[in-house]
Design a protein around this ligand. Sequence first.
Ligand SMILES: *[C@@H]1O[C@H](CO)[C@@H](O)[C@H](O)[C@H]1NC(C)=O
Ligand SMILES: *[C@@H]1O[C@H](CO)[C@@H](O)[C@H](O)[C@H]1NC(C)=O
Ligand SMILES: *[C@@H]1O[C@H](CO)[C@@H](O)[C@H](O)[C@H]1NC(C)=O
Length: 297
Amino acid sequence: MHRQSFLRGTEAAETLAFSKPSAFFVIWFIVLQLCTGHLRAQLGTTPNIRHIVVGRCYAYVTLVNPSLRFDCEEIWRQFEEAVIHQSSCNVTVEDYYHMFKAMPQIWPCNRFLFWSKTRTLMHSYAAVFRHFWTLEDTLVGYMFNDLIWCGRDEDAGFDFSSCPEWLACRNHPVYSLWRQASQDFAEMACGNITVLLNGSIVNAFNRKSMFGSVELDSLNPERVDYVNIKVVTNLEGPHIESCSHGSIVDLIHILQSRGFHWSCTDSDQSLMMLQCIQDPTQSSCQPCANRKSLTAE
Ligand SMILES: *[C@@H]1O[C@H](CO)[C@@H](O)[C@H](O)[C@H]1NC(C)=O
Ligand SMILES: *[C@@H]1O[C@H](CO)[C@@H](O)[C@H](O)[C@H]1NC(C)=O
Ligand SMILES: *[C@@H]1O[C@H](CO)[C@@H](O)[C@H](O)[C@H]1NC(C)=O
């Protein structure tokens, strides 16, 4: 099912977090669509969305975090209210206000994990080091991960036959929800936080990503003790960016100018081991490649 391949929760929101695409990009996008024959606009709301969302909500408050006393039916009602009474391309973050208000969550410090373009590795990292919590571990992230939704323009109800493309919308219903969820998550962040970035791409720190456009600006230097950046490259390379090279230097400047303490490493042992477990034949998996790490206050 190709739905999964181009819309995976926060990663999709992250990839498409720009509001004014260049003409070049739009043209490229159309060409790409013609070439692949995938018309994104044809993907409608995920079938059975109500059962999935409400079911995940009950699973979360019953099994994952039983201390929470949230009303899953009410959360669904607020969600539906937000989506189906707007035009399908014009659901703002404000429209989700009541839904978010119905599920406030407090998180313990020192466990926040942010990431950009490292989704697969982030999942294994968070699974192995259970103390890390990502946006997908919050109730809202858990409920809406990998889903698509939009309302019908005239009629009330979800549109199961097609949803607008991200780029066609000023306020895409899926993007607006992830934007608000990311902002809340970052505003709550406290203690030491970890940011996992991908050193195998240009602009590992991208101002247009969800991390660069929403989360970074929502972090509070008075709540956050340290921003610990971890740059990971693919074992087979390319090794494009690091703590001292490329866009991550810009990130460090921004953190410094806002008064954050930070550290940055591009040779995190546990991340490398995790990569080696997944692909032990790589030459870099022979004992300890020696790369450097930086720390500053
Ligand atoms: C989008 O929604 C807002 C408020 O919900 C409304 O004021 C505005 O006119 C709408 N814009 C379009 C293009 O539908
Ligand atoms: C870095 O990004 C590339 C391209 O999106 C991806 O294929 C690769 O798996 C990512 N690497 C890591 C370590 O997440
Ligand atoms: C926070 O991070 C700094 C720098 O990486 C480290 O020295 C310190 O021990 C960390 N504190 C906690 C509570 O993890």
